[in-house]
Every structure is written in C-alpha cells, then in structure tokens.
Design a protein around this ligand. Structure first.
Ligand code: PMP
Length: 436
C-alpha cells in the first residue's frame, strides 16, 4: 500500500490558488469520497510515477488521448521537432493538410474539416453550423451523453456534471436550456416522440454513436440507422460526437466500426473529433458534408475562429499518434489484453460475490457495480457508487490508476503488457476480497 504525503501537501497548497485544487472537476476525488487527488510527476508507457515516487499502471490515459502510451518516442520526436520550429504561427502550415487528409481517408463522411482546440469547441461549432444550415434552433441530445461544457449541451449531461450530482450547471439561461430536448439513449420511441412534437424546430440530433460517458455503451442494433432516418425525415442534421470514439476501437471512427452492418445508413452530416487526434496535445476538429461545411467562415455566414487553432505542435503530435495506430496489430493487441483483463475481473468479482457488469468494446471497457445490464444512463446511475469508490481507492493504493468516477472507462493503450494485466488482476482480487 503506497503512501502519498507529498500529494496531500501539494493538494492543500493547490487549494489556495486553483479553484478546487484542480483544473478540471473530473480530476477531483469528490465523486469517490473526497480527499487529495494524486499529483503525478512523470509518465512513460503504461505508467505514472507520483510526487512521492509511487508507480501506477495507468488506465486513465488522460481520459482517452494517450492511446499510444505516455511519452511514445515517435510522438515525443514529432513534438520536439515542431517546438524547435516555433510553437505558433497564425498562418496556415503544410502539416494541417496532412492531418486533415488522414482524418478524411479514415472517416468518409468528412468532405471538409476545420481544426479547433478542444472537443468542447468542436461540438459547440457543429451546433452553430447545423443551426446556420437548417435555420432552426433546437437540438435533441441523449441523457448521459457528455458533449463538453458549452451552454447548450450541458443540459442533462453525463460524465463530469452527473458524477458531481449536478444535473445542470448554474449560469445557463433557461431560454438556452429550453432549446434542448433530452431523450434516453437507445430509445427510438423516445426520439420519435421528441421529433413528432418539436421536429420542425430541430436543427440537429446530437449523439455519441458509441457512448463513452456513462460507461462504454454500444448502440442497440438498428438504433443509429433509425436515428439517422428519423432525423433526416424531420429535416434535421445528424451530428456524431466522436471525441472519444474516433480511433478508439479501430483505425477509423464509430461510424465505420465493422460491427455496424450498414455503414451508409449510419453516416452523420457532421462529426466532432478531439482527444486521440492530437496525440496528447490540445486539439479538436469538426467536419462533414461539403455543402454543410461551406456555411463556415470565410466561405459562409457561420463564424468560427481560433488563435491557437490547428497549432503546429498539436497537429504534429496528432499525425504521429495516428502513425503509431496505423501499425499492424495495434488494435488487436489492446483488444486481446482488455479481454483478458475483463475476464479476470469478472471471475474475481464473482469469486468474492460482488455484482459486476462489464461493458467492453475492444480495448476499452467500463466496470459497473450492479447485476443488471447497462445500456442507458438510468441503468448506469443505478449502480453502487460506494462500491466503486472503495474499489477505486484500493486499486490506487496498490498502484493502479483509474478515473475517479463510476461512469468513466478503463482505456488500454499500445504500451500495456501481459504483466500489467496480471499485476492489475492481483490488485483487483485483493480489492474485491476486502470489499466483500
Ligand atoms: N465530447 C465527448 C464525447 C467527450 O467525451 C468530451 C470530453 N470528455 C468532450 C466532448 C469535450 O472535450 P474537451 O474536454 O476536449 O473539451
């Protein structure tokens, strides 16, 4: 069991200067009983080392972007080279075209893209573009899906806000919240009702095509097909938020995932991207059909800009990260290790009589302390948060780092090994034993 006096001390100091001591609420331990988060000092491959010198196997992967593992030499080299050439120009650069090409060639629904700085910005702008294109105002979203922290999508959002028990954020005018209709995920009847009632005013239906924000949740067969058909029949646009899902399960996006039968029937009009496509540096991107993207300035009337947008370092590390993921066998390896890990976790939980539902999609999975399936946000909420908090702390004390929220996923990276899985399973078995 590790001890973390230096993290405790730094947390007290951080509280004096940084609101809540953290620069994103998801990093606080509020949802797992409070106390000092761990201050990490260094990361390499699948590991973190904290300021007290403890080592952790990392399954947080910085909430997704670090799929190549920490400090991957190819990405570090790209970053070093970019930094030496100047960090920001305010002019176009050649590498932006290369990253755009890479995205387009693996996500066919993207005729044109635009780079921004975060997933939040990417999503926010797809909504503006959809409104500009359709001349309508309302959007429909799904309960528990998180789409960043812009006003419109922070209504019944998942991940951060729900973890903290705040259904909506303060500071969002009722008039804005009224432009958003929320429907349960995987519920086509609910979507049908919403479209029947508000269809003429709906600019877009926004969805995580594979959910990463209340556990890993697959759309039920036919859900995305139905969603796309009904949305288009209503004259609205389909927006996929693939900030988590793109390049997560295979080299491409959820909309091209091989498990979906009819890819043409589930193509969105607009897509928001982020996380992995920056290789660990700040980035976001959005794109879609040419006629729609031509709404964006300087071609069209929908304004969107950014001093930092498409910055040379993020673009360089994004390209390098995708190059790592293009290597043969990379996704198969993460898939196989995640399969071994989840089988072990399930067996171990069962042995100790602890109800556990695992949702695994290739190299990513979520662990829900419950005995029912988790296919929507209600089912994800109806799980044992105290059991999760106990598990989280036992794992942390033994050198395994998970996200401090029962809704977040575990992410395998290119750097994880069989030994890491064995180490993690031993820790989990001891955790379940104590919890039982
Ligand atoms: N969309 C999804 C699906 C996300 O998971 C996130 C972040 N977790 C965002 C958007 C927001 O991205 P960012 O934190 O880069 O603003």
């Amino acid at each position: 069991i590790n001890s973390r006096p230096r993290s405790e001390a730094l947390y007290q100091e951080a509280l004096q200067h940084i609101v809540g001591g953290v620069n994103s609420p998801s990093r606080s331990f509020k949802a797992v009983g409070g106390g000092a988060p761990v201050f990490m000092k260094r990361a390499e491959g699948a590991y973190f080392w904290d300021v007290d010198g403890n080592r952790y196997v990392d399954y947080l992967a910085a909430y997704g972007p670090i799929i190549a593992g920490h400090a991957h030499p190819h990405i570090t080299e790209a970053l070093t080279r970019a930094a030496a050439n100047g960090t920001l120009y305010g002019t176009p650069t050649e590498l932006e075209i290369e990253l755009a090409r890479k995205l387009k060639s693996s996500i066919p629904s993207l005729d044109k893209v635009r780079f921004v700085n975060s997933g939040t910005e990417a999503v926010m702008t797809t909504i503006r573009v959809a409104r500009a294109y359709t001349g309508r105002n309302k959007i429909i979203k799904f309960a528990g899906c998180y789409h960043g922290h812009s006003d419109l999508v922070l209504v019944a959002a998942g991940s951060g806000p729900s973890t903290l028990g705040i259904p909506d954020s303060a500071g969002i005018p009722i008039s804005i919240a009224q432009e958003v209709i929320t429907v349960p995920f995987n519920d086509l009847d609910g979507l049908k009702l919403a479209l029947e009632r508000y269809g003429d005013d709906v600019a877009a239906v926004m969805v995580e095509p594979i959910v990463g924000n209340f556990g890993m949740v697959m759309p039920k067969p036919g859900f995305l097909e139905g969603l796309c058909r009904m949305t288009r029949d209503a004259g609205a646009l389909v927006i996929y938020d693939e900030v988590i899902s793109a390049f997560r399960f295979h080299y491409g996006s959820a909309q091209t995932f091989h498990e979906f039968a009819d890819q043409a029937a589930i193509e969105p009009d607009l897509t928001a991207l982020g996380k992995i496509i920056g290789g660990g540096l700040p980035i976001g991107a959005y794109g879609g059909r040419k006629t729609i993207m031509e709404q964006v300035a300087p071609l069209g009337p929908a304004y969107q800009a950014g001093t930092m947008a498409g910055n040379p370092a993020s673009v360089a590390t994004g390209i390098a990260c995708l190059e790592v993921l293009e290597q043969p066998g990379v996704y198969e390896q993460m898939d196989a290790l995640a399969a071994r890990l989840t089988e072990g976790l399930e067996q171990s939980a069962e042995r100790h009589g602890i109800p556990l539902t695992v949702n695994r999609i290739r190299g990513s999975f979520s662990t829900h302390f419950c005995s029912h399936p988790v296919t929507n946000y209600d089912e994800a909420q109806d799980t044992d948060g105290e059991q999760f908090a106990a598990f989280f702390r036992h794992m942390l004390d033994q050198g395994v780092c998970l996200a401090p929220s029962k809704y977040e996923a575990w992410f395998l990276t290119v750097a994880h090994t069989e030994e890491d899985i064995a180490f993690t399973l031993e820790a989990a078995d001891r955790a379940f034993k104590v919890m039982a």
